[in-house]
Design a protein around this ligand. Sequence first.
Ligand code: MD3
Ligand code: FE
Length: 203
Amino acid sequence: GTQDLAPGARLLRGFALDAAPALLDDVAAVQAQAPLRRMVTPGGLTMNVAMTNCGGLGWVSDARGYRYQATDPLSGEHWPALPGTFAALAHDAAEAAGYTGFAPDACLVNRYEPGTKLSLHQDRDEQDYGQPIVSVSLGLPAVFQFGGLKRSDRPARVPLVHGDVVVWGGPARLRFHGVLPLAEGTHPLLGRQRINLTFRKAG
Ligand code: MD3
Ligand code: FE
């Protein structure tokens, strides 16, 4: 299965399981072109999660703020192209959740190791909040925090495992969310890591 976490938020358990080995080959190729790095927030803190991007636009954070841009600040080159495996999976997952024609222009690759967390936040850097976001979990399991439209709304906890896909849209699009510190463990394909692919139509 498929499960509604809230209006507009659909969990597709195991949707990426068969594609996972091919997705991970492409993650390795993306990382070889655009290495994972820990970005700095506008407030001067170094993020816990290591990140890179592929697609026409990539999400970046630095002293100047958060934004999407076409080039990798480390190299000055365009981000690697969105692999066909990624585009197909994101499109098919969105369709399974009721969004036809999803064509992401940005894929953020997030890498977690045991102890890594992502604090509660909203995704507000995209042009059109009418577009859904597709998120793919690979490797070690994580506990996802799914809050409300106010930071103070107490979040629900949703366990996400290798191969799970979540599609966030409609009334769920601006909900606060985060990831609790990853537990120690070893995954057969990824070792001591969790990789999350987040697909967006950012521009
Ligand atoms: C719920 N990443 O990169 S993706 C992020 O597991 C981010 O790496 C998390 O949050 C991760 O911004 C979770 C799931 C996600 C993405 C966007 C959402 C959940 C969302 C937008 C609205 C509500
Ligand atoms: Fe987010």
